[in-house]
Design a protein around this ligand. Structure first.
Ligand code: ATP
Length: 337
């Protein structure tokens, strides 16, 4: 079977970008005979940007609960917490010796973070892609279901696998980003600026836990314009984004109607009514989110269940991780006993 790995940082409530870019694929992959799946809560990664850990435990539980509410089955996959698998930290150490400072400094995500938190440019932030490579390579994964924002990190992970193999012998397969649709997904923020994310402006992010009123409020404020200048225009990013969200939660007929209205519109004859489209999208979105948020809240309150899931996940993940680490130590020549 092909090994699959992916993780989510416990930096807040999960949003539609996480769902659409990552979790939707997790659920499909767990039910696909071809795959052996490892999904984790990236709590070490969250320390690079969120050093205050007072909320961390409940966030970790929340991410697990939301993953299960979206359909992940802890009996079918390994669902674990990153810090429960110390083998990852050992591989991170080895990979750090193959990672170069200049290269890491050029990573766009690092440059973004430096702009966002100039007073806390810690080494963990710089070596984020190294830890991410360790997360993936520790299970010798080949497929990584992630959103478009992670594409570059996958390229870095492939470089490290390649360098390791070159220096110590073939141990690590090359991992690739994966989405069932082919193209990786990027859900934009509702104001049309950048990607939707957990820690950015909350009014521009649709969280799985949002109630119907809040969903309506956020979607009605989403960026639109006066409509296309001519029939069959290319949609601007922020309009395409609304259609993308609609394709996720509305019926095909609904999407087709608004697509047709858009294509028939021109400056002198605006058929598409974005107000109606957003109203419909808000209703369908609220109906989509309700069962997920209710189920997630139930699971989060069930500490016994959560503990069982966490223990079970850690056991599965450590079994796989320690097997890889054995191969790695032996390739490096660090198997002394
Ligand atoms: P933060 O704001 O704390 O950086 P985040 O929302 O960017 O968090 P991550 O935990 O970094 O989320 O990412 C979890 C998964 O969700 C990754 O696979 C990532 O590619 C995917 N993802 C996050 N945001 C989006 C988005 N807007 N569109 C598509 N996929 C996304």
């Amino acid at each position: 079977k092909e090994v699959v790995v992916s993780g989510i940082r416990p930096t807040g409530f999960l949003h539609l970008g996480n769902y659409f870019g990552a979790m939707r694929n997790y659920v499909r992959m767990q039910n696909d005979e071809k795959f052996n799946c490892y999904f984790f809560v990236a709590n070490w990664h969250s320390l690079t940007t969120h050093p205050d850990t007072r909320e961390l435990q409940s966030s970790v539980h929340r991410v697990i609960a939301e993953n299960i509410a979206c359909g992940l089955d802890p009996d079918k996959v390994a669902l674990y917490i990153q810090s429960d698998v110390p083998e990852i930290a050992e591989l991170y150490l080895y990979l750090n010796m193959l990672a170069y400072k200049g290269e890491l400094e050029k990573t766009p995500t690092f440059k973004d973070k430096v702009r966002l938190q100039p007073d806390n440019v810690n080494a963990g932030l710089l070596t984020y892609p190294v830890l991410m490579a360790a997360d993936i390579l520790i299970h010798r994964a080949v497929k990584v279901p992630v959103g478009k924002d992670q594409e570059q990190h996958l390229e870095i992970a492939r470089n490290y696998a390649d360098r390791f193999n070159h220096r110590y012998g073939e141990v690590l397969p090359a991992p690739y980003a994966f989405n069932y649709g082919g193209e990786l997904v990027k859900i934009m923020s509702l104001d049309g600026n950048g990607k939707m994310s957990k820690s950015e402006n909350q009014m521009n992010t649709l969280y799985l836990a949002d109630d119907a009123d809040l969903i309506r409020k956020k979607i009605m404020k989403a960026k639109t314009d006066q409509g296309p200048a001519e029939p069959n225009s290319v949609k601007p990013d922020y309009i395409e984004n609304l259609f993308t969200l609609m394709r996720l939660v509305s019926t095909e007929d609904t999407v087709a109607k608004f697509e047709a209205d858009f294509n028939a519109s021109s400056a002198g004859n605006v058929v598409i009514r974005y107000g109606d489209m957003k109203k419909q999208l808000a209703e369908d979105m609220a109906a989509f989110m309700k069962p997920i948020s209710e189920k997630a809240a139930d699971i989060q309150n069930n500490k016994e269940l959560l503990n069982r899931i966490i223990r079970q996940g850690a056991d599965k993940a450590r079994a796989s991780a320690s097997a890889t680490l054995k191969l790695i130590r032996s390739a490096i020549g660090m198997d002394y006993s």
